[in-house]
Design a protein around this ligand. Structure first.
Ligand SMILES: NC(=O)c1ccc[n+]([C@@H]2O[C@H](COP(=O)([O-])OP(=O)(O)OC[C@H]3O[C@@H](n4cnc5c(N)ncnc54)[C@H](OP(=O)(O)O)[C@@H]3O)[C@@H](O)[C@H]2O)c1
Length: 245
């Protein structure tokens, strides 16, 4: 197994891609802690799926923008599990708004969760990684931050920020034995893109050489490799996973 004996923290694990990470990491041998903002039923289902693979699950209701809560989550993982080997900054939101209708508060909400949330989770969890001189951090970007595709501007800007965040962190953390990479998926079968109108979906798929959208399971399977020790030399990279767009 790729992640035998590892302890992973995934932000936003109650559904969508975050849940797929939690379940796949458990299948590959990791204990998984995750947070979520409101979906308690979804979180319980994720925890159950992790435990079904014989691994420990820790589900914590805590927003990534809550500084104290993220520090408390990290402290709990340290105390109960001896710290995390892996962090996936997955929690993310979008709003289907054209710029003319976008309030300053809409911009702030998306940037806060998608960018500041990754900063707060990383700062909290990386302290232990630095002390132990090992760790793997995976930031979740998006095709929307990498290519000119139709996407709300605040979402695209927040996801483009993940590339810079990844590169700067990589420079800062490499001396501590921590690798940092970014995985940028195209449109997937679950999550933020699910409510796209049919005509927009058809238009998108027309341009995908593989002729279909991706699945969260495909992304999670690759992510398990990215954060594993078998991927020991990839660092500071943003990898697109979009069917060839
Ligand atoms: N799905 C796609 O097509 C796609 C493509 C490219 C990139 N991505 C990226 O993949 C990541 C996951 O997105 P998704 O599509 O799986 O979305 P999703 O189904 O809407 O799930 C979002 C997850 O993040 C959690 N979350 C939201 N705000 C949070 C906060 N403030 N604090 C903690 N957790 C929070 C949600 O918790 P609650 O359930 O409690 O709200 C949920 O678990 C995002 O970063 C997104 O940008 C997705």
């Amino acid at each position: 197994m790729l992640l035998e004996g590892k302890k992973a923290v995934v932000t936003g694990g109650s559904r969508g891609l975050g849940r797929a990470f939690c379940v796949r990491f458990a299948q590959e041998g990791a204990d998984v802690a995750f947070n979520f903002s409101s979906d308690e039923q979804g979180a319980a289902e994720t925890a159950k799926a992790v435990e079904a693979h014989g691994r420990r699950a820790m589900a914590v209701k805590a927003s990534v923008v809550d500084e104290k809560a993220m520090d408390a989550l990290a402290a709990r993982v340290e105390k109960e599990w001896g710290g995390a080997d892996i962090l996936v900054n997955n929690a993310g939101i979008s709003q289907p708004l054209p710029i003319a209708l976008m309030e300053g508060s809409d911009w702030d909400t998306v940037m806060d969760v998608n960018v500041k949330g990754a900063f707060l989770a990383t700062r909290a969890l990386a302290r232990g990684m630095v002390r132990r001189k090992k760790g793997a951090i995976l930031n979740i970007g998006s095709l929307a931050g990498e290519r000119a595709i139709e996407s709300p501007v605040h979402y695209a800007a927040s996801k483009a920020a993940m590339r810079g965040f990844t590169e700067a962190l990589c420079k800062e953390f490499s001396r501590h034995g921590i690798r940092v990479n970014c995985l940028a998926p195209g449109l997937l079968d679950e999550g933020v893109g699910k409510n796209l109108p049919d005509h927009r979906l058809a238009e998108y798929v027309k341009h995908v050489p593989l002729g279909r959208i991706g699945t969260v399971d495909e992304v999670a399977a690759f992510a398990a490799f990215l954060v594993s020790d078998r991927n020991a030399y990839m660092n500071g990279e943003t990898v697109l996973m979009d069917g060839g767009l």
